[in-house]
Design a binder for this molecule. Structure first.
Ligand code: RIB
Ligand code: CA
Length: 311
């Protein structure tokens, strides 16, 4: 079977790190590179975190630095969840791995135009890099198989009553992607809140006792402590890896094709993904939104992903 080509655009970030882990060594995926933006932390920190995760796990792909801030808004980070480093909880050795010379936007454009097959863009942070690439070089649109994002919700938000972090940080970028005409598949809070990395999950994965499981356990314990302090949760929603689960085992998710519009009104609901789940407005459906997830099978998927690592 031909491997599915993807670029993972991310802001590591604890859950981004697990998404990198899962995408980095699956036999059915060809990870062409990581493109990084500011989000959970500043670009300097999310970039360093990406290098550290790749080096520690032995994932040999280009890591390209991208946007250090959103298109319009000032940067909002999530230090309360991901800590001062953006990946608190694990001591990485000094990275030897270095960044890709090109900017993330140029890396995305060059990689897509050079690829014979269409490439899937997976985004697990603010969508600034992808939006910039689409505007700078519209020819890439015909080379994109699908945009699979962690972000948004048809229900309530997290960092505001209405909006989810990745979208709220850069709503204008999300608008560009959601109005691109491409297949957009949204893994929102509605499903990620059903896969909480509860202590029993962490203990289950820790028993694997390899480098991936040790990284998972240490990162999740730090992530969970902050999720408890901020949201009162006993385990953090494992947001970003849901995108990789969707790619590899799509029947884990139940998807609904809807019209989805990003609120750019600068009001209390700015950055909300307004999903017309009843199709009441009869507008063009432009997004596939995840409305349910098989949580038990998702954790089996995570365990298989961790076990693929040796050492
Ligand atoms: O709202 C959750 C999302 O915001 C996740 O991608 C997390 O890593 C942060 O980027
Ligand atoms: Ca993220």
């Amino acid at each position: 079977m031909k491997k599915r080509k993807l670029i993972l655009d991310c802001d590591p970030g604890h859950d981004d790190a697990i998404a990198i882990m899962l995408a980095g060594n699956h036999p059915d995926l060809e990870l062409l590179g990581l493109t990084i933006e500011a989000g959970n932390q500043t670009l300097e920190k999310t970039g360093r975190n990406a290098l550290n995760v790749c080096q520690y796990l032995g994932i040999d792909v280009p890591v390209a630095l991208g946007a250090s801030r959103p298109l319009v808004r000032d940067l909002q980070i999530a230090e309360d969840i991901h800590g001062e480093s953006g990946l608190d909880g694990f001591d990485f050795p000094e990275p030897q791995k270095t960044f890709e010379a090109r900017h993330a936007v140029n890396f995305i454009i060059d990689t897509l135009l050079k690829s014979e097959e269409r490439v899937t863009l997976v985004t697990t942070g603010p969508m600034t890099n992808v939006a910039l690439a689409m505007r700078l070089e519209p020819r890439i649109l015909e080379k994109i198989e699908e945009v699979v994002l962690m972000g948004g919700s048809y229900g309530y938000g997290n960092v505001s009553p209405a909006a989810e972090f990745n979208i709220l940080v850069d709503p204008e970028a999300a608008h560009i992607v959601f109005t691109s005409g491409l297949k957009v598949s949204m893994m929102g809070l509605d499903v990620t809140r059903k896969v909480l990395a509860l202590p029993k999950v962490v203990e289950r994965m820790e028993k694997i006792d390899n480098k991936a499981s040790r990284l998972f356990a240490d990162l999740m314990r730090a992530f969970n402590e902050n999720q408890r302090k901020v949201f009162g949760l006993q385990g953090g929603p494992l947001h970003d890896p849901v995108t990789i689960a969707y790619l590899l085992e799509p029947d884990l998710l139940t998807m609904q094709h809807v019209h989805c519009e990003i609120d750019l009104s600068h009001g209390i609901s700015h950055g909300r993904t307004n999903c017309d789940v009843f199709d009441y407005l009869k507008r063009k459906r432009n997004a596939y939104v995840a409305v349910d997830i098989d949580a038990a099978r998702f954790w089996d998927f995570i365990e298989r992903g961790l076990r693929r690592y040796n050492g």
